[in-house]
Structure formats: C-alpha cells, structure tokens
Design a protein around this ligand. Structure first.
Ligand SMILES: [Mg+2]
Length: 336
C-alpha cells in the first residue's frame, strides 16, 4: 500500500474528537489541553502541537557511510522541520532509539554519540530533550523523535496561530524557501530546519483569520508530492511556473551525472526541508522584507506560482504552455 493511500485509510478510521483541533494530515497535530474549545490564537486554531517521526538506517541515512552524529542530527531536524511547517517553535523533544546488537550502530560509544547529537540538534533551537526510550534488537538502527511545539507569545498576538496546509485561497502567491533538488549529495543530512524563517514570516505577515500567511508546510518529499498535498488540504488548484523553480546547484550536478533535467530533480528528489507557503498577495511586501532584511536573508524566498480556484495542478512553461503535474517524488513505501 502506498503511503498516501495508507494515510487516507488511517484518517478515515480516526473519528473527530473535541480535544483535536488539527488531526492527522498536517505537519503536526494540534491538541487542545483539557478538551475545551480552546482559546483562539490570533483568531485561528490553538493548542499544543505534536509530531513524531522515524529515521531508519538504510532508508534515511546509511551507517556504512554516515556517523552517529549525522544520523542523530538528521532524525531530530526532520522532526523540527515539521515544527517550521506549522510556524511553531519546538518546546521539547523525546527520542526513542532501537539499537542494533551487532554491526553498524552497535556499541556504547555509538549510542552516546547518537544521544549527544540528538540533544545538540534540539538545543540549537533552545529545545530541551526531555525523555525517550532505548531498546536493542537484531535489526538496524531506528531513531524515533517526537516533538511538542507551541506558539510563542501565548495567544492573540500576530502570528500566534499555527499555519495549516488548508488555508490557501485562490489568488494567493506560492513561495518556496531556499533551493530545491539534489539533496542526496549531502544536504539531506546537514539541512537546517526553517524554524526562524517560519516564525519571522508568521510575525511579519500574520497568521490565522486576517493574517497574510495563509498556508504552510515543509517540503520533505519533494514539491511534486508536497504541492498536491497543500492543494488537496485547501481544496484549490495551482499553477507553478517551471522557469521560476529555484534549482539547487546540487540538482544541476546530479543532472550532469544522470541526464535527468535539473528541474525534475528540483521537483521530485525530496528531502529539501524547505518551506512551501501560500501568501495573500497584499502581504507580499512584508514577505519581501523578511526575505531581504530578516530571517530569509541567505535563504531566499521565490515566488513559484499562483493558487487557483480549481483545475488541478499545472506546470506552466516559459511560453505559457500548460503541462500535467509530475507524479514523481519520494514516497515511502512503508507508512508510519
Ligand atoms: Mg512536513
């Protein structure tokens, strides 16, 4: 079963609950402590944000080539990237590791290096590691990271509501941070979660009702897969201009090696851990301010397209020709 199909099945088996403000299907779940209606954060959803993520040897890293520090850092940062995808700040993480008895990833020194890397990756965002679990087995290393996120400044302030995938509206401008593609050449291990950028955008543009940052998610599986998710959650279509995609030099390098167009690498490779967002056109000046003078400096924000009322997703070439959306992208076969 493909991951999207399995997630759809799970969602159908998970009934609504008064405590759940945002259930399965966004970057993080949002839970109202106490189960009450919840105080609106900036006239939007409010609550505690939760995320859990797995990071497996030979799937997300390869211990024949990568160190404990690289694996641990990636495991935590993948989870923190989803915090960025909601524009929240990580309040705490927990890490469960299943350590192999033998081979790569076994031994006390490895386990200690792994723990320290996880602790330090979270500490880079002033986020404490508050617990976890360890077990040993005959299989490969598995690292599971759970994060709790919160909206800074309590409730009611500008940018105090988490930004969901479901808020994009027709006419919004689509932006992506950074450059895409070719992360397999190393960036999938060394990326920085865009938490500071997401917070800066949330505060400058505003979130929730009346805010200019309408929808947000992190690009973990590639734009080819993640753009349809944002559109589906929002019930909208999109036109993306192929010539405007910010192509990473690593995508060009890979294209030189395998002959695949660099633009296709940018769309389909995945593990970019950049931000995809739908922005009210009236808030674009504030976004440019963040891009040029704030947390976006050195990262970059590129307008790649427009949200449409319907009509599905289209890739538009430089001559205005419309093409079907590329279906390629990284889809984990096993869900979870
Ligand atoms: Mg995500």
């Amino acid at each position: 079963m493909r991951e999207n199909d399995f997630l759809a099945w799970i969602t159908a088996q998970t009934p609504a609950h008064p405590r759940v403000a945002v259930g399965i299907g966004d970057d993080m779940g949002v839970v109202r402590p106490g189960g009450g209606a919840g105080e609106a954060g900036g006239e939007g959803v409010a609550g505690v944000l939760l995320k859990i993520d797995q990071c497996l040897d030979r799937v997300h890293y390869d211990l024949r080539r990568h160190s404990a520090a690289e694996a641990g850092r990636k495991a935590v940062n993948r989870c923190l990237s989803d915090c960025a995808g909601m524009a929240c700040v990580p309040a705490a993480v927990m890490v469960a590791v299943t350590l192999p008895r033998n081979g790569e990833g076994s031994g006390e020194a490895f386990a200690k290096d792994l723990f320290l890397a996880c602790r330090d990756a979270a500490a880079a965002f002033d986020c404490p590691l508050v617990g976890g679990d360890t077990a040993t087995w005959d299989g490969p290393l598995a690292i599971t990271v759970a994060a709790m996120g919160e909206m800074p400044g309590g409730t009611g302030g500008k940018g105090a509501a988490p930004v969901l995938r479901s808020g994009a509206r027709a006419g919004d401008t689509l932006f992506v941070s950074g450059r895409l593609g070719g992360s397999i050449l190393g960036r999938h291990l060394t990326f920085e979660p865009r938490i500071r950028l997401a917070r800066a955008l949330a505060e400058a543009l505003g979130t929730g009702d009346g805010g200019g940052l309408h929808a947000l998610m992190d690009v973990s599986d590639g734009l080819a897969q993640d753009m349809p998710r944002l559109c589906a959650a929002s019930g909208v279509g999109a036109e993306v201009y192929a010539g405007r995609l910010p192509i990473h030099p690593d995508a060009e390098r890979l294209a030189g090696q395998d002959g695949m167009p660099a633009g296709l690498h940018a769309l389909a490779d995945g593990e970019d851990y950049e931000l995809l967002m739908a922005v009210d056109p009236e808030a674009v000046p504030e976004l440019i301010g963040v891009a040029e003078h704030g947390a976006g400096r050195g990262v970059g924000l590129t307008a790649i397209g427009t949200v449409t009322a319907g009509g599905g997703l289209a890739l538009v070439d430089e001559r205005g020709g419309r093409h079907g959306w590329p279906r390629a992208g990284w889809e984990h076969r096993s869900a979870g």
